[in-house]
Write a protein of this length. Structure first.
Length: 94
């Protein structure tokens, strides 16, 4: 197929899909560890709850709503997994 990564969602409750049952961090971690490719967390991920995914085996986190302010501008901080199992934050580049 030529697929390098997958988005697994929703990890947490999300406003964009309130009817969707979230996986939760434990099931998400279990599925990440079984995946033969890089997995990114999506769905209800915020800068606060992304820390709950540390060590889960995900390559990173993805999202829009939680990382954009109400004026639809990029938020002041971005969150990324720079190496497997290492969550860190960094300020926006000027």
């Amino acid at each position: 197929m030529g697929v390098d990564a997958a988005l697994l969602s929703p990890v947490f409750p999300t406003l964009s899909h309130p009817e969707a049952r979230p996986l939760g961090p434990l099931r998400f971690a279990s599925w990440c560890r079984m995946a033969p490719l890089a997995v990114y967390a999506l769905g209800g991920v915020t800068p606060v709850n992304a820390k709950r995914l540390k060590g889960c085996g995900a390559k990173g986190v993805a999202g829009i709503g939680s990382f954009v302010d109400k004026g639809l501008r990029p938020a002041q901080k971005y969150y990324s997994v720079t190496r497997p199992n290492e969550l860190r934050s960094f300020n926006r580049m000027p």
